[in-house]
Design a protein around this ligand. Structure first.
Ligand SMILES: Cc1ncc(COP(=O)(O)O)c(C=O)c1O
Length: 406
């Protein structure tokens, strides 16, 4: 999780923004409409797209919106397409959104380099394919080097390319999904642009689209009128609303503040430092936690705890829990599913080399503990307010009411 500038919170705390009722008429909230139009333009410039909706309240909501846009596009062309391709490394929300959007999932395997297997992808394509959902860099932290061939193959059968841009930290100012051939992009503003990810707070998952999809965007959209004022408009063949109002507006204001305070050079630096930090960590930890695919990664590195498991029976989960005792935010564990004993570290651009070195030393101490006293690691964490919890109990014995929980 990156450090988010307090400045952005100060902007969101401004009563001029947060005391405005979301149902206020356009004439009384011109400033808010300008923020929305400006943010939309900047997100389009960053992603290489033509227009965007700011309504979706999170990444998964953006995914569903994107799939509804995909459906509207094909239906407008008189086509009833059934399948959406997803790589086996994809985030779990992707297949869930595809199903919710009324499509069937076809899984595309990864090759031994951790990338989409192009031949397998081509053999899965057909006239019934509505599109493909891809994350690039993918969830293993690697850049899909054959993205232009993938885009060509999907477009050749009339499908659309959906970019899961839950995390833009690696590509800011470096490469744009639109230039890679994508037609639809969602962005988690609550990961890249100044709202913390995780912890259950509000998010924002704007969706940006290429020109052939603009007419289907959710409405109403904030829009710049010729006389310099702002108003709401409904795109001509809109899929309708995907949020009661205009999304989580204060997350949008924070994002615009973050983009403006960095400027384009600053955003490029964010990406470079995020990538540098992930590679520094991948290299520093390689003897204990080798990378699943050992080559230059992007903003995150997916490591594996298989060596510790084979030698001492200590698993990735044990390492993650012991890191809590060491005072560190744990990495994502057991994701992506294609990596055994996966530990996915995303240091982000805001960590210093001193913090990264301290983390590496904590991992070294944990490896020593694995050799000396592996059982203690199975019980970690012990020094936190909540110790080791049963990971599966909440799913098996769901308590869905406040009364029952007491
Ligand atoms: C790759 C990827 N896609 C989609 C999502 C879903 O985003 P959200 O949690 O905002 O719904 C995430 C969340 O972390 C993600 O990492």
């Amino acid at each position: 999780m990156k450090y988010n500038p307090k400045f952005c919170d100060a902007v969101a705390a401004d009563p001029g923004l947060n005391a405005v009722h979301p149902g206020a008429p356009a004439s009384l909230c011109q400033g808010w409409l300008e923020i929305m139009v400006t943010l939309e333009e900047k997100l389009c410039a960053i992603t290489g797209m033509s227009a965007a909706t700011l309504q979706p309240a999170a990444g998964a909501a953006g995914e569903l919106t994107g799939l509804l846009l995909m459906r509207a596009f094909h239906e407008a062309n008189g086509e009833d397409r059934r399948r959406v391709l997803i790589p086996d490394s994809a985030h779990g929300t992707n297949p869930a959104s595809v199903t919710l959007g009324g499509y069937e999932v076809t899984t595309v395997p990864s090759n031994d380099r951790g990338l989409v297997d192009l031949e397998a992808l081509k053999s899965a394509l057909g006239p019934d394919v509505a599109g493909i959902m891809l994350t690039n860099p993918n969830t293993v932290g690697l850049f899909e080097e054959e993205i232009t061939e993938i885009a060509q193959a999907v477009h050749d059968v009339g499908g659309l390319l959906y970019y899961d841009g839950a995390n833009l930290n690696a590509i800011l100012g470096a490469v744009r999904p639109g230039d890679m051939g994508f037609d639809i992009v969602h962005m988690n503003l609550h990961k890249t642009f100044a709202t913390p990810h995780g912890g259950g707070g509000p998010g924002a998952g704007p969706v940006a689209v290429a020109s052939h999809l603009v007419e289907f965007l959710p409405g109403p959209q904030a829009h710049r009128v010729e006389d310099g004022t702002f108003d709401w408009v409904a795109p001509p063949r809109s899929i309708g609303r995907v949020h009661g109002w205009q999304g989580n507006a204060l997350v949008l204001a924070r994002a615009l503040a973050y983009i403006d305070v960095h400027g384009s050079d600053g955003l490029t630096r964010v990406a470079r430092h995020a990538v540098l930090n992930a590679n520094w960590l991948r290299h520093r930890l390689r003897d204990i936690l080798p990378a699943a695919y050992d080559r230059v990664c992007m903003h995150e590195c997916t490591l594996t705890a298989t060596k510790l498991k084979q030698a001492y029976g200590v698993r990735g989960l044990d390492v993650a829990k012991a890191l809590l005792e060491e005072g560190f935010h744990s990495p994502t564990v057991y994701f992506p599913l294609i990596v055994e004993e996966a530990l996915m570290f995303e240091p982000t651009e805001t960590e210093s080399v001193q913090t990264l070195e301290a983390l590496a030393q904590a991992v070294e101490r944990i490896a020593q503990r694995a050799a000396d006293d592996p059982v203690s690691l199975h019980r970690a964490p012990q020094s936190t307010p909540v110790s080791r919890v049963d990971e599966a109990r909440a799913a098996r014995q769901l308590i869905a009411t406040a009364d029952a929980a007491r």
